[in-house]
Design a protein around this ligand. Sequence first.
Ligand SMILES: Nc1ncnc2c1ncn2[C@@H]1O[C@H](COP(=O)(O)OP(=O)(O)OP(=O)(O)O)[C@@H](O)[C@H]1O
Ligand SMILES: [Mg+2]
Length: 295
Amino acid sequence: MNENTSMGNCGISIQNISLSYGKELVLKNIDLRIKKGSVVTLVGPNGCGKTTLLKVINGFLRQYEGTVYIDNKNTADISNLEMAKTLSYVSQLHKSSFPFSVLDVVLTGRMPYISTLSTPGKKDIEKAHRILEFLGIGHFAHRSYTQISGGERQMVMIAKALVQEPDFLLLDEPTSFLDLKNQIHVLKTITNLSRTRNITVLMTLHEPNHAMLFSDEIILLRKLEDRTCGKSTTSNQCDLHNSTDNKPILTYPIDNIVVAGAPEKVMTPERIQEAYGIHVDILEYKGKRIIVPNI
Ligand SMILES: Nc1ncnc2c1ncn2[C@@H]1O[C@H](COP(=O)(O)OP(=O)(O)OP(=O)(O)O)[C@@H](O)[C@H]1O
Ligand SMILES: [Mg+2]
């Protein structure tokens, strides 16, 4: 990602990260830099490691090799409390079997600021109401969290993340349960917050057009195993040989990152083909680029 010399290494710096689940290597030698205050989106096929990478950054997963720095601090040296004041994470799935009110769920986002054995104060409750209003879900405050829809829960989780007042916001598919209007509402809200409060946003999205519309930069990932040559993930190079004369016809490294950078540079038909193995066309409409699957 772009270096910003005036900010030094502020932002997120991911250095040489590799991670396996048992014998399955999922992330390999990932090097990335996410500029402070930017909105960056991870895109790539199911199972390519997007959620895993977010969980490495937020410290949920520890069995990785390499180093992650947040504002120049090695995350291995950041306490859970400090991390909770620095970074909010909204996971892909939200489950709750306890009938807490929406307001109570949002207030759990204030926990890093409340001393042990204390309860949320007037200011915390005001902040929670303000965020709920800001997201347009103030009328849900006293509803039971178990009795609202999947999309409404997703909005509540975003409210909880924002009331935590983070410098860094990690969102895993924040729009997956939302209707079209709310998808745009959430993505606009997140990008506006990033601009106005200098919050660094790293999110995953499956809708490539939304990634292009709302991101400063996009990171396009692919699964480590290469479906074209079918070789194991342990080798560095994938050689395809012409079956008749055995001459190599294609050699390329097997790596998670297909490309990272400005949306128009990343989301090209060639790169999308590399990541997903599908053909797309890119159309221009009113100055915007739109990806259309070539079916
Ligand atoms: N706890 C786990 N134990 C074992 N394997 C796991 C675990 N979590 C994820 N995996 C595997 O690691 C790979 C990457 O998973 P991950 O959830 O990071 O993918 P993803 O890119 O977020 O996919 P999706 O787009 O479907 O959310 C997948 O092959 C998955 O099966
Ligand atoms: Mg995921």
